[in-house]
Design a protein around this ligand. Sequence first.
Ligand code: ADP
Ligand code: MG
Length: 687
Amino acid sequence: MKNYGDDVFSEKAILKHMPKAVAAKLIATMREGTPLDPSIADEVAHGMKDWAVENGATHFTHWFQPMTGGTAEKHDAFLEPSGPAQAVLRFSGKNLIGGETDASSFPSGGLRSTFEARGYTAWDPTSPAFIKRHENGATLCIPTAFCSYNGAALDMKTPLLRSIQAVSRATERLMKKFRKPKAHVSITLGAEQEYFLIDREFYLKRPDLLQTGRTVFGAAPAKHQQLDDHYFGSIRPRILKFMTEVEERLWRLGIPAKTRHNEVAPAQFELAPMFEDLNLAVDHNMLIMEVLKQTAEASGLVCLLHEKPFEGVNGSGKHCNWSIAYGGKNLLSPGDNPRDNAIFLTFLSAIIRAVDLHSDILRMSTAGAGNDHRLGANEAPPAIISIFLGDELTSVMKEIETGHAERKTGRTAMKIGVDALPPIPRDATDRNRTSPFAFTGNKFEFRAPGSSQNCAESQTVLNTIVAESIDAICDKLDALVGNDATRFNEELQKLLQRLIRKHKRVLFSGDGYGSAWPKEAAKRGLPNLRNTLEAIAPLEDPVNKKLFAKYGVLTEGEMASRHEIALADYRSRVLIEGKVALEIARSMIRPVVADEFSRLATAIGRATRDGLKVGIAGLKALSMKLGAGLDDLHVKCERIEKAVAKGEPTAIIKQMEDLRRTVDRLEGLVDDGKWPLPKYRSMLFIY
Ligand code: ADP
Ligand code: MG
């Protein structure tokens, strides 16, 4: 680990490359998020350039996260001509702080009028600059926000930063009520990244994987994940080599990659970093995805980040572990100090209230064409958002709600500010993998986000709804307690009791995969937004628009633009899939089936002519099946063609599924050597 953080403009590098006073100001900005003194921008830029050049960089770029879901960069050389055939390397404070770029090809959802095509990038000093290396050099990357001329957010980072501010302010307000001295709030994220790896040779022969990231055809192999023999299994040498290369690159970038293991599905893996400050963790997750893809390519592999590359085996998620720390202390860690239980239980109740009241918009944050194949399928958390607390905490909440003792150990019911919380066993809390939003001992794990998604989306929503909830509790406390501090604990106890009563419907510890849950959830009035079209509708709900505007996270216009972009993205993806499926079925599958059929027909004719006594029945039976399949294929291609022409996503999805059944059946009938697509049993097992 000797190169850890070498490619980051870290505090150590800053101190080395800048005058002391300038370095101190910059470091304060990075740590506390205080505004940067503009007068030092030139000196900061100068130091940053020196460091970058020392490390082989020739170019710099503002690195941002447009609403495409990926990252964007446009490189400029440090080069500045200084005379005939002479040049110097230059990088100014102006270059560092802001950039102007042609935004017309990035999705803006109507936020950028056509005459104002420019987009502006603005330096985010809270995420350190870093260097991306390539075979012939390196580029200095400066994390930035991206917005339109009039300041509307065109990216994922801007609303994320705004939401961090909102929840931080609310947390400070609540902590003041607990008479805690002012301290820095940090929101933390540890994002577990799942992915598939397949050999590049197979990938190149699958137009569906190449174009859509998932297989639109492919019959389930006899053996896939039934034996549970892949999960945590010993890692194959080729994969381990890949993983160590990924880690080496990530460590250079100061990304604390910590855990690696085989996942449930064959050829599926996971990488988990240590948690970090949310904004940095989001940037780091974007880099993790990039490094995974690039390293795979260099190893003759392909990394698939799609939520459901293979039907019938587990899909990939991105479990977002989220918490709030105050002065470095985790507020979601129950601790054993009885007097602190009030803080823990109040935050817990605030989160329960937030998720119950706003589960629709939280579900929205996980919507997307890829994740539709995963959420609600029987290995992923369902599209119904509920909270799992684990036995111990559930009992504690019940005691507060009813005022009666629930746990065998305690003789009286839990008293806010007086009793110690029971130790929350991590193991017990982590068992329920079917819950989309689970308390796992000292943090919440949001499991619904998809493997390819930018975590910023779900985290922005989570922060905002929790900020609103904390504020609502503060407002109530203001009204109930007033200036009489002696009543604080008692009033808080009553308030939490009411909150639990009102919002406990969102708590669910049963089997989220079971068929009984959707019915039960409907009875409880919990929304079940089954696909992207349903899930993005909450962006248009005036209640949500008001909420996000109130917290300064997204204006009504920005909400509307996000709806428009999500819808367009969904439609485009489904349409592309439909076209790819049709193309493969017509130009790859059909010719092979037709050949096979005509070969059989010829053989049957010849055998009959030659008066053979055996084999004809078998040939005839097979040709009947192939012939029927061929007819079926024809009809289904016509249908999907019509659906594609209309551009109707729901119809395209239905026809694609229908066509898939036919193609997958034919896969089992046609000569194995002639089937044009690599099969699941090869792709998932040969690497
Ligand atoms: P598991 O693998 O069982 O889900 P881990 O303890 O390995 O649980 O943690 C998973 C992720 O949660 C890691 O990225 C870890 O750093 C992160 N995590 C742990 N504590 C916190 C916290 N306070 N805030 C945010 N994430 C956390
Ligand atoms: Mg895990």
